[in-house]
Design a protein around this ligand. Structure first.
Ligand code: FAD
Length: 418
């Protein structure tokens, strides 16, 4: 996004106008808006080099935002899923790779934090969880640690259809982890990798999923493969290999069985990638308006807004953006444990809409603004490439959202054809 963009213009904000926000939400969105222009200035370099946005993380840390979703009783800001999403989408307007990687970190605190508070645990499990999560939150809040969230393996596991192939075997005082994770955003940059794996035991099922924090400097952990993708290049999502990596008992980010419960009962936990792309969609629209008005800094002040075809194209983009934003905001109000079927279907529909429309808005933006707009000295071509990645991200890819909507709209749980 043009870093000079007026953040006071409601059309370019994540919520638009006339949406009621808590004072805390307003402050946190304001904080992200303050950081954003500097993130936008650095975005071109991270993209060109496919390098991690370390400077942006230093600023997120200094602003206290690494603890955004850490509950207040553990010293964090206590943001819930909606508040997190509004902040994340605001960051996404300025640097997609920063927002996307921030998602991996923030969810590593949101899931064991406010989300886990809604889940059923025995008193023993609850006590165990309190003990373990205190360790993780302490690292984030006091030491400024960054967590990644690698769960993709190139199998059906990341789609939520099979147990993870990466295993954790119980040993004295901890666990031994073995396996492989692909597309691990923050590879080499994270202090801890929040790894989803399966307890090593006979007849493993998805109920045996464990969520473990593996220190980045663990012996037996190797980062391999190169990273030269189409978009989201600053995420540095390389491959992790785990070869007998030992972690202590308190590496567990959720007690046994609780991740499976979260994935079944708190489906909105999988919507948290969409805010990044909501931000990119807004950025593409805002760029187009400013470009056609001759207001993009560093460009000659040539106006192109007087051509009827441009006006129609902007109108089409405006309609698509409003539809996307409206559904996004509606979905955030649904987010809770055990949502209704209607809300669950809307969550899939929102993820599909945000991911597909972000890319379509970028496509329309380039077609409308024309050849000069896609040169590398302007952000639009990067927005276009970054936006292409959203629909591919598991577990809720655009395809899998359609798959789930179609099936769940036509069948009740457990229902079969005669
Ligand atoms: C920029 C970027 C950053 C990423 N960061 C992370 C990260 O930090 N952590 C992480 O865990 N992952 C991350 N991912 C990985 C991402 O979530 C996907 O796992 C990955 O893109 C899947 O690639 P694949 O080719 O192996 O997919 P495949 O498993 O081959 O699937 C290809 C497509 O087939 C469909 N499909 C897959 N399984 C099924 C099924 N069982 N039934 C029906 N259809 C199915 C889906 O639509 C999917 O898009 C990242 C990806 C990108 C692009």
């Amino acid at each position: 996004m043009d870093s000079a963009l007026p953040s006071s213009e409601p059309r370019y904000s994540v919520v638009g106008s006339n949406v009621s926000l808590t004072p805390r939400q307003r402050t946190l969105i304001g904080l992200a808006e303050e950081l954003g222009p500097r993130f936008a200035e650095r975005a071109e370099r991270y993209d060109r080099e496919a390098s991690f946005p370390f400077e942006n993380y230093a600023e997120l840390r200094a602003a206290g935002l690494l603890g955004l979703c850490v509950p207040e009783k553990f010293g964090g800001m206590g943001a819930d899923l909606k508040t997190y999403s509004l902040v994340s989408a605001t960051l996404g307007k300025y640097c997609g790779a920063t927002a996307l990687t921030f998602n991996m970190h923030a969810c590593s605190t949101l899931w064991p934090g406010v989300l886990a508070d809604d889940l059923e645990m025995t008193p023993e499990q609850r006590a165990e969880h309190e003990r373990y999560r205190a360790v993780h939150f302490e690292r984030v809040v006091r030491q400024g640690a960054v967590y990644a969230q690698p769960f993709s393996e190139g199998s059906a596991a990341a789609a939520g259809k099979a147990p993870f192939g990466t295993t954790a075997a119980k040993v004295d005082g901890g666990w031994l982890i073995n396996g492989k994770k692909i597309f691990a955003s923050l590879a080499g940059a994270a202090d801890y990798y929040g790894v989803l794996c399966t307890e090593d035991k006979p007849e493993r099922t998805m109920r045996d999923t464990l969520y473990m924090a593996v220190p980045g400097n663990s012996s037996g952990l190797e980062i391999t493969g190169d990273w030269d993708p189409l978009g989201m290049r600053g995420t540095v999502s390389r491959t992790l290999l785990f070869n007998d990596v030992f972690v202590p008992d308190d590496a567990q980010m959720m007690p046994r069985g609780v991740y499976f419960q979260a994935a079944s009962r708190w489906p909105h936990m999988f919507t948290t990638l969409s805010p990044t792309y909501m931000g990119i969609a807004i950025a593409a629209y805002a760029f187009t308006v400013r470009y056609l008005r001759g207001e993009v800094s560093g460009m000659p002040p040539v106006k192109r807004r007087m051509y009827p075809t441009k006006q129609i194209a902007v109108a089409e983009m405006h309609v698509k953006l409003e539809q996307t934003r409206a559904l996004f905001l509606r979905m955030l109000d649904d987010a809770r444990v055990d949502p209704s079927k209607d809300a669950r279907l809307r969550a899939y529909a929102t993820q599909f809409t945000v991911m597909e429309n972000a890319n379509d808005l970028c496509r329309l933006a380039i077609r409308t603004c024309g050849g000069q707009s896609m040169l590398k000295n302007l952000p639009l071509e990067r927005l276009y490439r970054d936006s292409r990645c959203g629909a591919l991200m598991l577990p809720w890819t655009a395809e899998l959202c359609l798959d789930r909507i179609g099936r769940e709209a036509l069948y009740e749980p457990g229902e079969a054809d005669d």
